[in-house]
Design a protein around this ligand. Structure first.
Ligand code: ADP
Length: 470
């Protein structure tokens, strides 16, 4: 099967969040199972394809190639989508350019894919153009398109004045297609024009069909429910593995957990926290966005920091930077704050802390809880989305601590329950050992994607129905 995989970020070339992790791993897992995969992403500043490829040590099993779409005025910038002050104003132009080029390049390469697999609003236009610009083109006659929704909160919404740039007939600027309350909505267009839509966990696939989680697109998603499913993400155990992780002070496994204890001591020292193996050390690595629960966390912090230690690594909205900075100044002894993107520090947080915090208001899948398991770091999570599918409470035989109501008090209670068990060393150790055995590998997930592709190739295209509607 020939797959064109389109993503605006791919690890290790460029990353702001989980999309990059998925895009750096799923294509390989597909290739290992026999697909021929070409990956398309923009050529951003600081990408050194060969060097990064070599350093990452990709296994060469399977057939996979990377293509970087180049336009220096669009992509040679410090960030991928914008700064803490806001998005780049020309994001529509940037990703429309990218999408047009991908389809053009497929023809140039004479690679007529069975599946175009696009991700999020940035690549939605690939699927939209496929249906609108190439519907008469024999080259794509047998091509089916899938759109994966990694986060419904980011939709690519733009003022209608930008519409001409898209080069899409005006007749599609209606509520049935690309229009959303007078504006352009690229994710909505992607949902309407793709043959299949999936999201990254079964629970989130259900939640987004409700007004509470649909971010205004629940109606459109309900209309497409026959072509909508949830496939749980996985993690790349070549990247996330405490036995081999080059960023840890000391490697360890479930059998050598004294290595993890060593890492904690060293980390506490390095961060300027009190070195004490009996202090519960909580970690968090996160985009600092409304979604991630920084509001309830900041309210809970005063209480938590009196008893426990926290290290937070994050980058995001300026207002959350300010809130956290204030707390960090107040609790210098127990709070280590790092407002940046830092791959090395992220690995250390997973490998050195006792617990990992994910108080997300909503969570399409979440990768950090699965990474934490692998490092024997116990997740403390809000009961939502993909966290429901991956974390159940230790009191019920699960591997984490779960709070159901989204408020600071319930978050505090979950942390306190974690600490209670932490003090019972034998039981804690048993829990830590147990979670390191959990397996969320890409193999099983890629298998599900391939099944979905096959189903799509055997069914009639949705576009026929759409054409009748026009
Ligand atoms: P999302 O995609 O919503 O950001 P996920 O949990 O799916 O959340 O994935 C987050 C990924 O990004 C994880 O690999 C996490 O370690 C990483 N990450 C997030 N923020 C940072 C940061 N500031 N520095 C380094 N890695 C980060």
């Amino acid at each position: 099967m020939k797959v064109a995989f389109c993503s605006s970020e791919v690890f290790p070339f460029a990353k702001t969040g989980g999309l990059a992790d998925v895009s750096g791993a799923l294509p390989f897992a597909l290739a290992k199972q026999g697909c021929t995969v070409k990956v398309f992403m923009p050529f951003y500043k600081n990408i050194k394809p060969q060097k990064m490829y070599d350093e990452y040590g990709y296994t060469k099993e399977g057939s996979i190639e990377f293509y970087f779409i180049r336009n220096d005025s669009y992509f040679m910038r410090d960030a991928l989508y914008g700064t803490p002050q806001g998005d780049y104003p020309d994001n529509l132009e940037r990703f429309s350019f990218y999408s047009k080029k991908v389809l053009g390049l497929l023809k140039k390469l004479n690679f007529s894919p069975d599946i175009i697999h696009s991700n999020d609003w940035q690549a939605s236009l690939v699927n939209i153009y496929l249906k609108l610009h190439y519907k008469e083109d024999d080259f794509f006659r047998n091509t089916k398109s899938v759109l994966t929704l990694h986060n419904l909160a980011y939709q690519g919404i733009f003022e209608k004045e930008k519409y001409p740039f898209l080069e899409i007939p005006k007749s599609y600027f209606t509520m049935h297609y690309l229009e959303y309350y007078g504006k352009i909505n690229l994710l909505k267009g992607g949902i309407v024009f793709s043959d299949m839509v999936n999201t990254v966990s079964p629970t989130y696939a259900k939640q987004i069909q409700t007004p509470d989680y649909g971010c205004g697109l629940d109606g459109v998603l309900r209309e497409r429910r026959e072509s909508l499913c949830g496939i749980l993400n996985a993690i790349d155990y070549n990247v996330w593995n405490p036995r081999t992780d080059a960023f840890l002070y000391r490697n360890y496994s479930a059998g050598t957990l004294q290595g993890k204890a060593f890492n904690k001591r060293k980390f506490q020292k390095e961060l300027g926290l009190k070195v004490n193996k009996n202090s519960l050390l909580l970690g968090m690595v996160s985009r600092l966005a409304e979604q991630k629960g920084v509001d309830i966390l900041s309210k809970a912090l005063g209480h938590i920091l009196k008893k426990y230690q926290i290290v937070i690594l994050g980058l995001g909205d300026e207002r959350y930077h300010q809130i956290l900075k204030k707390k960090a100044n107040k609790f210098k002894e127990s709070f280590s704050l790092h407002l940046k993107f830092d791959e090395v520090l992220a690995h250390r947080i997973y490998g050195c802390c006792d617990c990992f915090l994910m108080p997300s208001r909503f969570e399409p899948c979440g990768l950090s809880q699965m990474i934490s398991y692998q490092y024997g770091t116990i997740p403390v999570v809000h009961h939502t989305g993909g966290l429901i599918d991956t974390v159940s409470d230790a009191q019920k035989g699960g591997g984490g601590f779960v709070f159901r109501r989204y408020n600071p008090q319930d978050l505090i209670s979950a942390v306190e329950r974690a600490e209670e068990l932490f003090r019972k060393k034998d039981m804690w150790l048993r829990l830590v050992k147990k979670v390191t055995q959990y397996n969320f590998s890409w193999e099983a997930t890629a298998d599900k994607y391939i099944k979905m592709y096959k189903k799509m190739l055997n069914s009639k295209s949705e576009i026929r129905i759409l054409e009748q509607k026009i």
